[in-house]
Design a protein around this ligand. Structure first.
Ligand code: IF1
Length: 413
């Protein structure tokens, strides 16, 4: 099979809910991907920030092979020998008392919504059925009807109503708006991404997250951090909230929790919160399977033992400082923390330029995608080393230098 036939096949039999870059990958190792013709690419997408440990990390592959051959699945209707050790490891690592395992990030969000509402009814005397949850404009918490009900993005919910109520949108990085929203005694939780990934890597003002946490504490509202993208070392700390030296009441994890191999997500909280979900309240077929627990255990150990959090901090600083030092045309700003970064461009009104620039980057061996028409996110695996980062920066510099946003063609390289 070659690239053209693979794309034809997917276009003939697949679904239409994505518009992928025209490249067909068939192999991955570390920060590199190869297409069907054997061309190598630097991966600055990391599978939507899931492949933090690098593609096909040998330790994670071995963990998958071992557990798949030993015992993959029993359902939570039974105990397995993997859940206890992993739950102890993960709760101690992130500093919580308990963990509830799910599969996708969206399911972790839905779990948090159910848990927060029931916590409000049982522990805050909120009138049953009237709980409110505050979320931020430009948030992204998943694609389920519950997650999109919390979204401000018209395109994410316009055609999917009727939407569930109970979400109150406020501007991100706005403490006055949050304080006002929290004056409603029916508010049970504030769910926020420490950095808004999908919205274009929106980094809040220094101190915003901690002050928001303190406001929530003062109003007996759960501060729930959606760290599905920012967590597990991506921003240069184990959790992005740790940059501001506080621990959220609840944290959502996903993506890199499995090293980007298959969906594993989790909700961590203390007993007084997580205990509101009793047998029969919540669950999923695969959540917390022995396979998931074993792979997540190894995936987290790789992050720790290979110092990937520290590397994300170092390589992320190198990325932002170097891009800024290039003083490139079209570049408005570069922003992010650790290895969750984005470059915002001034393409005028040309809504296609961002995607064309991503195609230009692909042509010269670097994979990145827009998260807004004028914003390209750059999020390589956390295993990227200095030489590979320099290689990527040189490619980005050359493409931006020669890109003419008024046409489909970029100049000679
Ligand atoms: C798409 C990117 C977005 C997330 C946060 C929950 C979820 C996600 C903070 C849901 C998922 C993915 C989904 C993907 C685009 C991608 C993404 F930045 F990572 F690229 F949206 F911002 N909370 N993010 O980022 O987790 O159910 O997908 O496991 O849906 O297009 P999921």
């Amino acid at each position: 099979m070659d690239t053209e036939s693979a794309i034809t096949l997917e276009n003939k039999y697949g679904s239409f809910n994505y518009a992928p870059l025209p490249v067909v990958l068939s192999k991955g190792r570390g920060v590199y991907l190869w297409d069907l013709e054997g061309k190598r690419y630097l991966d600055f997408m990391s599978g939507f920030s899931a492949v933090s440990q690098g593609h096909c990390h040998p330790r994670i592959v071995r963990a998958i092979q071992k557990q798949a051959a030993q015992l993959a699945m029993v359902s939570r209707g039974l105990y397995s020998d993997q859940m206890g050790p992993f739950a102890k490891f993960a709760t101690e690592l992130f500093g919580f008392e308990r963990i509830l395992m799910m599969n996708t990030g969206a399911e972790a969000f839905e779990t948090a919504v159910k848990m927060a509402r029931k916590w409000g009814y049982e522990k805050k005397n909120v009138y049953p059925g009237s709980a409110q949850i505050v979320t931020c404009i430009d948030n992204f918490h998943g694609r389920t009807t519950g997650a999109v009900a919390a979204s401000s993005h018209e395109g994410h919910h316009r055609d999917f109503g009727p939407l569930q109520s109970g979400f109150n949108l406020i501007p991100f990085d706005d403490l006055i708006a949050l304080e006002s929203a929290l004056s409603n005694p029916s508010v049970v939780a504030f769910i926020v991404e420490p950095i808004q990934g999908e919205a274009g890597v929106n980094v809040p003002s220094e101190g915003y997250l901690r002050k928001a946490f303190e406001l929530c504490r003062s109003k007996k509202v759960l501060f729930i951090a959606d760290e599905i993208q920012t967590g597990i070392g991506r921003t240069g700390k184990l959790l992005a909230c740790f940059h501001e030296n506080f621990r959220p009441d609840v944290v959502l994890l996903g993506k890199a929790l499995s090293g980007g191999t298959f969906p594993i997500s989790a909700v961590l909280a203390d007993e007084n919160v997580i205990s509101v979900l009793q047998p029969g309240d919540h669950g999923s077929t695969f959540g917390g399977s022995p396979f998931a627990c074993h792979v997540a255990h190894e995936s987290l150990k790789v992050i720790l033992e290979e110092n990937l959090t520290e590397n994300a901090e170092k390589m992320g600083n190198l990325f932002r400082e170097t891009i800024q030092s290039f003083h490139l045309p079209l570049v408005k700003l570069v922003r992010g923390r650790g290895l969750l970064n984005a470059i915002s461009f001034d393409f005028g009104g040309d809504l296609g330029a961002g995607n064309r620039m991503c195609i230009a980057l692909k042509e010269v061996g670097l994979l990145a995608k827009t998260c807004r028409p004028h914003i390209i996110r750059f999020a390589p695996p956390l295993v990227i080393n200095q030489e590979q980062m320099q290689e990527g920066l040189e490619v980005i510099k050359r493409v931006i230098h020669t890109f003419r946003s008024d046409s489909n063609v970029f100049g000679p390289l």
